[in-house]
Design a protein around this ligand. Structure first.
Ligand SMILES: [Zn+2]
Length: 322
């Protein structure tokens, strides 16, 4: 390395250190109505590099010689360790380099790269929430009714987690109606450390299939199924960094166990997530409206794989956040 190169390297190292210590502001750029930050600036704090092609941007870990994240120009999602993660605005590639929406950068990209260093979390009590119940049957299709399937799966997850020594509580243990605010209130009253709402999906079209996990949308972002930005900060937004990590670990473990289609970690302002005082996500374990997926969901073996996937995801989250 030449003298000038060494100097440049040392300065960038120093700046990276200053960023981490002071949480210094990153340079921001306006593209249309969105505010963006350079991927390069964002990931330098962790010793990673941003590399760019003509339509593709990568976050590269030089120490492990591994590509961690892949973004594509104009796409509203990226891949982290091969798991699809939603963005509130598409990534941009222009004269300023590879860029992501500022809040996506802080609330999605950074917590995933952070590896638990800044967001440690000890988990003892887990609240599992089988979606729907009683008069509210949820989705139906392929001979299955969502409220029953959700409860069956939740009970399998409960056993696996109790085996690992966690205190596990269910918002409902039988077929009864429970309002959405009552589910979050139950988790808060029982001092839950984690909350997982378990659902089964349905779509108007018979085509969609696969698993998706929803995290609460951060303030200042649009939810995945919308482009309308909301600036309201909700109680659940206090867990933004942990929510996305939990969502990622669950989705990854579910996909490994089931080999299902990756519909991604998405964002929504679901009533059941809004008022949580602990990290929480909502899992959609498959589409009853898809014939092949409904057939899989009728099989007890497949339910075991899903339950194992959820349990693995929680265990991996806890290990990473210690
Ligand atoms: Zn549901």
């Amino acid at each position: 390395m030449s003298c000038a190169k060494i100097k440049k390297f040392l300065i960038s190292l120093l700046l990276a250190g200053v960023f981490v210590l002071c949480g210094a502001e990153l340079p921001r750029f306006k593209v249309g109505k969105q505010t963006y930050v350079r991927l390069k600036d964002l990931v330098a704090q962790y010793g990673y590099r941003a590399r760019r092609g003509t339509t593709r941007m990568e976050v590269y870990d030089p120490a492990a010689k591994k590509i961690l994240m892949v973004f594509r120009k104009e796409q509203r999602h990226f891949y982290f360790n091969s798991v699809r993660i939603a963005l509130s605005a598409p990534a941009v590639l222009n004269g300023n380099g590879s860029q992501v929406n500022y809040i996506d950068g802080l609330k999605t990209v950074k917590p995933l790269l952070d590896n638990g260093r800044l967001h440690k979390h000890f988990v003892r009590t887990i609240v599992l929430d089988p979606g729907h119940g009683g008069k509210d049957q949820g989705a139906a299709g392929g001979g299955l009714v969502e409220k029953r399937l959700n409860l069956q799966l939740t009970k399998r997850v409960e056993l696996l987690l109790k085996d690992r020594g966690y205190r596990v509580l269910l918002t409902r243990k039988n077929d009864r109606f429970l309002s959405l605010p009552a589910r979050a209130a139950f988790a808060n009253a029982n001092r839950a450390d984690l909350f997982i709402s378990i659902h089964t999906n349905s779509a108007a079209s018979k085509v969609p299939h696969g698993i998706e996990v929803y995290c609460l949308s951060p303030a200042g972002t649009a939810s995945t199924n919308s482009t309308a930005v909301s600036w309201k900060s909700l109680p659940g937004n206090r867990s933004d960094a942990r929510n996305i990590r939990l969502g990622y670990f669950l989705q990854r473990s579910l996909l490994i166990r089931t080999k299902a289609n990756d519909m991604g970690v998405k964002r929504a302002r679901f009533a059941v997530l809004r008022d949580l005082r602990c990290p929480g996500v909502l899992v959609e374990m498959g589409f009853l409206s898809n014939k092949q997926e409904a057939a899989k969901l009728r099989s007890p073996d497949y339910l075991d794989k899903l339950a194992q996937g959820i349990a693995d995801g929680i265990i991996k989250y806890c290990a990473a956040m210690k």
